[in-house]
Ligand binder design. Structure first.
Ligand SMILES: Cc1cc2nc3c(=O)[nH]c(=O)nc-3n(C[C@H](O)[C@H](O)[C@H](O)COP(=O)(O)OP(=O)(O)OC[C@H]3O[C@@H](n4cnc5c(N)ncnc54)[C@H](O)[C@@H]3O)c2cc1C
Length: 439
């Protein structure tokens, strides 16, 4: 095991959340050198990528490009989406596009460009496995964080004053199904599709009612003109995402203040009222396109886009060269067995449990009485007073901070808030530092 230097801030994960934080740190250091913050990020992937298994041609962002990694925190940043377009010499053509929602491929390229441009040190291919407090004089001002080097398997340690946890979400399959060469979660869709040993697939089954399910259904139907695509969903059909301007306020940065200070029962109610802005809903343009195709196929008498509604998949048995997928109609109780080349489960994600990464630090953290970590408005987890090092959650705070927790909408502002908290705590601990705040 090798030891490394002490940093002010160590980030777990280098997706958009911690990338936005790395930019905020870099901009702070450029402007306020006397209180500069040293940072290091650990990312288990070998290079930057953002949901690569779902980078489907034609799929668009669900958020305006103006909610990029920086604009809502610092519109004059050199990391705005507009700056990216300018550098790529596409600004003029993008304007003519009249588009607030670029393709995911383009936004991925923007994120990748930011990751390459920002000066923060990122150790790719390093998976954080645990952390422990470094006790000195009865208090822990530092944490020792252990990561596994994915190339060599070796464990390495780093010391930090603050840990920012941004590991994203974990793909969720239905409990009765296991991933295999023919049973895939949507998160690995494109990789698995490339591996599929079938020149002429005959049938795909897609389980789920959300945006990913609809996008995969559309992609398969378009890409394989001779294959049948069966969309299995427990609803009557895909439901439209509410992106009307007033409901969209649930994504505003200022909403986090309202949500955070609301009583628990109001938080639960707000989550319910506005779930249809994000969960199990689909862009209306995509719903209409799928409906149009299904209808035209009926006219032509060649239906290969099949919507199996009010239904679910109860089992999937591997056979020699195919899967047998059993679909149960929940209205009449009948079951149908479909021979399929693959079953794709677009069945969502669960939040990563931060305690699974925190090892011996976990027992020093406070819970909210409902088994969740008690998180302050500044995203810092409340702790035993002996733990002076900061633990911040950058994601996984939907219960306390609202629906934007796992989305991009508030990423820029949240990064600034976390950095401000780190800086002001450090200034308090180190009186020599002059006060400054992250813009
Ligand atoms: C297909 C798809 C499309 C989406 N589109 C939108 C959209 O248009 N608008 C929107 O607002 N939201 C969208 N989302 C929601 C999505 O969660 C956010 O876009 C964004 O990815 C959140 O960023 P993050 O950094 O918090 O998490 P992630 O992007 O998941 O990044 C977390 C990173 O942490 C790494 N990591 C995890 N554990 C460890 C560990 N132990 N050690 C080291 N590294 C680790 C992971 O490898 C990953 O790179 C989409 C989600 C999906 C799946």
């Amino acid at each position: 095991m090798t030891s490394k230097r002490l940093v002010d801030l160590l980030g777990i994960g280098f997706g958009p959340s911690n990338l936005a934080l790395a930019i905020a740190v870099s901009e702070h250091n450029d402007s306020f050198g006397s209180t500069s913050v040293s940072a290091n990020f650990l990312e288990k992937k070998q290079r930057f990528s953002w949901h690569p298994g779902m980078l489907l041609e034609g799929a668009t962002m669900q958020v305006s490009f103006l909610k990029d990694l920086v604009t809502l925190r610092n519109p004059s940043s050199r990391f705005t989406f507009l700056q990216y377009l300018h550098k790529r010499e596409r600004l003029v053509d993008f304007i003519k596009h009249k588009c607030f929602y670029p393709s995911r491929l383009e936004f991925h390229d923007y994120l990748d460009w930011c990751a390459a441009e920002v000066t923060a040190p990122v150790d790719y291919g390093h998976t954080v496995v645990s952390a422990k407090p470094v006790m000195a004089g009865g208090v822990a001002e530092r944490l020792e964080v252990t990561a596994r080097d994915e190339s060599t398997g070796a464990l390495t340690t780093r010391l930090t004053r603050n840990l920012v946890i941004a590991p994203g979400l974990i793909p969720r399959l239905p409990a009765h199904l296991s991933a295999s060469a023919r049973i895939w979660h949507s998160s690995t869709f494109l990789d698995e599709l490339k591996q599929l040993k079938q020149d002429e697939p005959r049938r795909f089954v897609v389980l789920g009612a959300g945006q990913s399910a609809a996008e995969i259904t559309e992609h398969l139907h378009r890409t394989y003109p001779h294959a049948e695509v069966c969309a299995v969903l427990s609803r009557f059909g895909y439901s439209q995402a509410d992106d009307s301007p007033m409901a969209n306020r649930i994504f505003d940065p200022a909403t986090v203040d309202v949500f955070y200070s609301a009583p628990d029962e109001v938080k639960v109610a707000l989550g319910g009222y506005h779930a249809n802005t994000n969960y199990s809903v689909v862009d209306v343009a995509l719903i209409e396109e799928l409906y149009r195709r299904a209808y035209q196929e009926r006219v032509a008498g060649t239906s290969r886009l099949r919507l199996l509604n009010v239904s679910t998949v109860t089992s999937a048995q591997e056979r020699h060269d195919h899967l047998e997928v059993t679909v149960r109609n929940q209205a009449d109780g009948t079951s149908t067995v479909l021979a399929a080349d693959a079953l794709i489960c677009a069945t969502g994600y669960t939040a990563t449990d931060p305690l699974s990464l925190l090892g011996e630090v976990g027992p020093l953290l406070e819970s909210d009485g409902l088994g969740r970590l008690a998180v302050g408005r500044d995203y810092r987890v409340a702790s035993d007073p002996r733990l002076r090092a900061g633990i911040y959650l950058c994601g996984g705070t939907e219960h306390s901070h609202g629906i934007t927790s796992s989305l991009l909408s508030n990423t820029a502002v949240r990064a600034g808030e976390i950095l401000s908290s780190v800086i002001s705590r450090q200034a308090a601990q180190r009186p020599a530092m002059t006060e400054s705040a992250a813009r």
